[in-house]
Design a protein around this ligand. Structure first.
Ligand code: SAM
Length: 346
């Protein structure tokens, strides 16, 4: 039976309120994507469309509840219901597969998981005190937490590697690395950025520097890479010292984790370690002035909740560089949200 809906009797709606309702309830989207990512639904749909029952059998979940997850995600373009209860991946949904370059699966798993979700529930604490809600909830900072919970630490590193794979090509095409002899990647994680730079610049030697627990996991991954012969992996604490002798020190998403005092300490250690003509390359999202919509403005809230850090404006980077003995020489913008902020020793 086909129903006729009489639209003339509908009351006029307050569009601003409806838009606000959508914004207020966007947590539902985050958590629904998180569950689909955790269950690996995109991987299971890689080769063929499937029904909720088939997917429920493969993921040990309840078919009718899973159907509702799939239908909701189809309504925002992640899956498509090609016929009743038969779902396939859309181009957007492909990015949730684990095996694609720039995979967002680990990101979705991390953002909806306990170590992210709970501190975000305490955002007000951060706003009232100016201190990270993460420490308030877990009694320690995120890097200590990741050391104690290796599974969460591994998801964090995978999430960042996925993101780096997206921005790598932008960084290597927007910044000319060709005159550099030895580049040190400070807090380089699993080395996605460093591998990308070495692959496109065959004359460069590289050093990957990170905490011992991260370097331990990165080593077997690096051994399989063609650039391994030109790369050294070094474990340490960037607040103590960083490897010496590089003529470029790159720090991607490091400085935004720390307040000015901590950031200056890290940058001064780079200053001490680099050659006279050395370059400092900070890769971050530079906050634009005014009301411009920009992903980095909410990443900044992430820094408020999780870390003592923040996203900064070009002016703030200039001042921070000066405090650590660098002159900011150029900001190379890319189309992938991040910029390469270049500095030289003064
Ligand atoms: C936000 S992640 C960025 C990782 C990588 N640069 C990227 O963009 O994908 C911060 C990195 O800093 C490392 N880190 C945190 N504290 C450190 C310390 N005290 N010494 C050395 N590395 C540290 C973490 O292990 C992590 O890999």
């Amino acid at each position: 039976m086909v129903f006729q809906e009489d639209k003339s009797t509908l009351p006029s709606v307050n569009l601003a309120s409806l838009e606000m309702l959508n914004l207020i309830t966007s947590y539902r989207v985050t958590q629904t994507i998180h569950v689909a990512a955790k269950l690996g639904i995109a991987d299971l749909l890689k080769n063929a469309a499937k029904s909720s029952q088939e997917l429920a059998n493969e993921t040990a979940t309840n078919a009718s509840a899973l159907y509702r997850i799939l239908r909701a995600l189809a309504s925002i373009g992640i899956f498509q219901e090609v016929e009743h209860d038969l779902f396939e991946l859309t181009p957007l949904g492909q990015s949730l597969r684990s095996d694609v370059p720039g995979s967002m699966r680990a990101w979705a798993m991390m953002v909806g998981g306990e170590h992210h979700w709970q501190p975000w529930g305490e955002l007000l604490h951060s706003v009232q005190t100016g201190k990270p809600a993460f420490d308030h909830v877990f009694g320690m900072g995120p890097f200590e937490y990741y050391n104690q919970k290796p599974e969460a630490g591994q998801t964090f590193q995978l999430a960042l590697s996925g993101l780096t794979q997206i921005v790598n090509s932008q960084i290597v095409t927007n910044y000319d690395f060709s005159s550099i002899r030895k580049i040190v990647d400070i807090g380089g994680g699993q080395g996605s950025l460093l591998s990308g730079i070495l692959e496109t610049n065959p004359g460069i030697q590289g050093v990957l520097f990170d905490q011992p627990s991260v370097i331990e996991k990165a080593t077997p991954l690096f051994k399989n890479k063609t650039v391994y012969k030109r790369c050294e992996l070094v474990a340490g604490d960037f607040f103590d010292s960083v490897p010496t002798g590089g003529d470029a020190y790159i720090l991607k998403h490091i400085i935004h984790d720390w307040d000015d005092e901590g950031s200056v300490k890290i940058l001064r250690n780079c200053h001490k370690a680099m050659s006279e003509d050395g370059k400092l390359l900070v890769v971050e999202m530079v906050i634009p002035d005014g009301n411009t919509p920009f992903y980095g403005k909410f990443l900044d809230i992430e820094m408020l909740v999780g870390y003592s850090g923040k996203e900064r404006t070009a002016n703030e980077y200039q001042k921070l560089f000066a405090k650590a003995g660098f002159q900011l020489t150029h900001i190379f913008r890319t189309e992938a949200l991040v910029s390469v902020i270049e500095g030289v020793r003064v």
